[in-house]
Ligand binder design. Structure first.
Ligand code: AMP
Length: 249
């Protein structure tokens, strides 16, 4: 069984992003970029399935600019066997990515497609769901445990007030939640090995997909600045202020 893992190159989670002065987006010039953290968890899970002998091949896919090759090399250093870059300079929205992935699913016929539950840059939480719809595959989102049993995969999901376990027939789409696993550290020998693994480059046109945007961002703005705090003399004043000024109790 092949496992396809889509990985997105995003602004590193440690970077404090700044909104551009014209409010059209965030400034990503000279900013550290990394693999979306949920996608690292997805690669780790796929590699563990291979180590257990459940998966035969792990294929990482990224859609975007040439530099996404670095993200794919990281995926291969974690343990993916090969990679595909769908190269484009165009702005890619989740529907376009889902269409590109759908074309690759048709070509590669993976048993599982494991995506992150959301990309930390657009916070869309849409691509996995859209891919499942386009490919007409069952989906389990926000996975905290994945167990393959024959031609089924059992996926445990964290939901309000408890856990839900679903059984899906394979092929299926899964999206990862934070507690699914803790990705391994990438070692230098594995980084070196990853340099020699195959990385195929295709264009959206080769997959017959029109990636033009369907949504227009009207405005991006900073959250309101927090006001300065004050010191209150005693608990009674605090309670009074919480009641009458903050109106939270
Ligand atoms: P989103 O729907 O944008 O929040 O992204 C959810 C997941 O879809 C990510 O965690 C990735 O696994 C996948 N994904 C989104 N955009 C891309 C991309 N440009 N290339 C590869 N995978 C992507």
């Amino acid at each position: 069984m092949k496992v396809l893992v889509p990985v997105k190159r995003v602004v590193d989670y440690n970077v404090k992003v700044r909104v551009k002065s014209d409010n059209t987006g965030v400034d990503i010039a000279n900013v550290k970029m990394s693999m979306n953290p949920f996608d690292e968890i997805a690669v780790e899970e796929a590699v563990r399935l291979k180590e257990k002998g459940v998966a035969t091949e792990v294929i990482a896919v990224s859609c975007g600019v040439t530099q996404c090759q670095e993200t794919l090399r990281t995926a291969m250093a974690i343990g993916a066997d090969r990679a595909i870059l769908v190269e484009t300079d165009a702005e890619l929205q989740p529907l376009a990515v889902a269409k590109l992935l759908n074309a690759l699913v048709a070509k590669e016929q993976p048993g599982l497609i494991i995506l992150g539950k959301q990309a930390i840059d657009d916070d869309a939480n849409q691509t996995g769901q859209m891919l499942a719809a386009l490919a007409d595959l069952p989906q389990a989102t926000f996975a905290s445990k994945v167990e393959v049993a024959g031609d089924k995969v059992n996926v445990t999901r964290e939901i309000d007030g408890g856990l839900e376990t679903l059984s899906l027939s394979i092929p299926a789409v899964i999206t990862t939640d934070l507690r699914l696993n803790e990705p391994r550290y990438v070692t230098l020998p594995n980084i070196m090995k990853a340099k020699k693994k195959p990385l195929e480059i295709v264009k959206p046109e080769d997959l017959g997909v029109d990636v033009s945007p369907r949504l227009k961002t009207l405005k991006v703005s900073e959250p309101p600045k927090r006001g300065a705090g004050i010191k209150v003399p005693d608990v009674a004043t605090l309670v009074n202020k919480l009641k009458t000024e903050a109106k939270v109790i």
